[in-house]
Design a protein around this ligand. Structure first.
Ligand code: FAQ
Length: 307
């Protein structure tokens, strides 16, 4: 019986069809999806903090409106993704508890500080750019609710990337001090952006199985290379220098070569010792605690409706 179910699951995955919530699925597939999608949802929610830091200090009304809308989109992405985990049987309260107790991960990138308004542009260009590179293939992931959430998320992410690039273009046309601010920001965010794609394939514990299940459609190194290839010409057009002396177009490979990533730094940040890990989690915990009365009121209202 279980063998028949497994055969049908394998057939659906191999045929590029979607596994849906009521379908049978191996336990490991369910667990891997809950892990990845929850981590992705947490990243969107924690990812509101670095840019949220600049909402009250945006230089113009237009920039403030754009930034507010972007940060709200990220909250929305977190919510679609938590909803996708619920279709797998996860409990959102439990996932939030795991996040604020440090038992579940979120993307390393959000543990770096935003020191100037240029960081808002660079996050849009590089961080949303890397997120898009990673997430467009996830529109074809094998689990239906995740794939469908990714379609909408990617549409919004591409606006996020464009607003960042447009902000940087504007600053680069400004004063010498603004150009220096953009370059300093690129210097700080370039390497952490490359780390977003995860460890090198040889050290990636989950990739092989996730590719076999067609949860992941490309390896970490493939997507990282795609991002570098996409970003090199954009940096030239913008007039900034990516902080890697080894970055160079390799015509025989048809790709950019680039330098070695500091994997010690990556594992430190993933392990909780990055520059802002403690502050990010403390802020999320405080927001959760401060929202307790809203949850209690909603629950009281719901039980009144039932009675
Ligand atoms: N940070 O075996 P792999 C965004 C962990 S959303 C922290 O290669 P996998 C939007 C990994 O969990 C950004 N931990 O893992 C936005 C695993 O540990 P575990 C988030 C990381 O899952 C923009 C271990 O290392 N995007 O930016 C990281 O096959 C602007 C071994 O790694 C997603 O989550 C990392 N960077 O591949 C919002 C996309 N990398 O769990 C606001 C969906 C790896 O076994 C502002 N996720 N680890 O204990 C994915 O595509 C995959 O999960 C990867 C990692 C590629 C991130």
């Amino acid at each position: 019986m279980e063998e028949d179910l497994q055969r049908e699951f394998d057939r659906v995955v191999a045929a590029e069809q979607r596994i849906e919530p009521r379908d049978w699925m191996p336990d490991g597939y369910r667990k891997t999806l809950i892990r990845q999608v929850a981590q992705h949802a947490h990243s969107e929610i924690i990812g509101m903090q670095p840019e949220g830091n600049w909402i009250s200090r945006a230089p113009t009304l237009r920039r403030k409106a754009i930034l507010l809308a972007k940060v709200q989109d990220e909250a929305g992405h977190g919510l679609y993704l938590y909803a996708a985990t619920e279709t797998l049987g996860a409990d959102r309260e439990d996932l939030t508890t795991k996040l604020i107790e440090g038992r579940q991960k979120y993307s390393s990138i959000f543990n770096y500080p935003t020191l100037s308004f240029a960081d808002v542009g660079v996050i849009g260009w590089l961080v949303d750019g890397a997120a898009i590179c990673n997430q467009v293939p996830l529109c074809r992931t094998s689990y239906g609710p995740y794939a469908r959430a990714m379609i909408r998320i990617c549409k919004e992410e591409s606006f996020h990337q464009r607003q960042g690039y447009e902000l940087l273009m504007t600053m680069m046309r400004g004063t010498e001090a603004q150009r220096r601010m953009v370059q300093a920001s690129v210097d700080r965010w370039w390497w952490p952006s490359l780390m977003m794609f995860g460890p090198p394939d040889k050290d990636s514990s989950n990739t092989e199985q996730s590719m076999a299940w067609r949860i992941k459609r490309h390896t970490n190194d493939e997507l990282r290379q795609r991002f570098v290839d996409m970003t090199g010409p954009q940096a030239d057009k913008l007039g900034v220098t990516l902080p890697d002396p080894l970055l160079a177009w390799n015509s025989s490979r048809g790709h950019y070569d680039f330098g070695e990533i500091d994997w010690d730094e990556f594992w430190q940040v993933v392990g909780g010792s990055g520059p802002c890990n403690a502050a990010r989690v403390a802020h999320r915990r405080a927001a959760h605690d401060n929202g307790a009365w809203v949850r209690e009121a909603a629950a009281a209202y719901a039980s009144k409706q039932e009675s």
